[in-house]
Ligand binder design. Structure first.
Ligand SMILES: [Zn+2]
Length: 95
């Protein structure tokens, strides 16, 4: 994936394999982009809108009544850094 490409929710090529691996390790929280397990709540929340086609941007107030608004999903620290770079809104998980 290039640096300029916009990162979309659920877009990781191995998301399902990674989610399964995380479940095998007993990790309940997984990244909604790559599917990797998130340890010790060292992750973030990002809001998904437009039916999963993009993340809510920093400073944007999404219409939560919209049918395409999907709410908050967990994001691992590595993907969170990329999301921050592209200007998506992130909330830190509570430890
Ligand atoms: Zn990830």
């Amino acid at each position: 994936m290039s640096e300029t490409e916009t990162i979309k929710p659920f877009s990781g090529k191995r998301i399902h394999q990674n989610e399964e691996r995380a479940a095998d390790k007993g990790l309940e929280e997984t990244c909604c982009i790559c599917g990797n397990g998130i340890k010790d709540r060292k992750g973030f929340w990002a809001e998904v809108m437009e039916g999963g086609s993009r993340f809510v941007a920093e400073g944007e107030e999404p219409n939560t009544d919209d049918a395409g608004y999907m709410g908050c999903y967990t994001v691992g620290p590595a993907c969170a850094r990329k999301l921050k770079k592209q200007g998506s809104k992130l909330l830190k998980m509570e430890a």
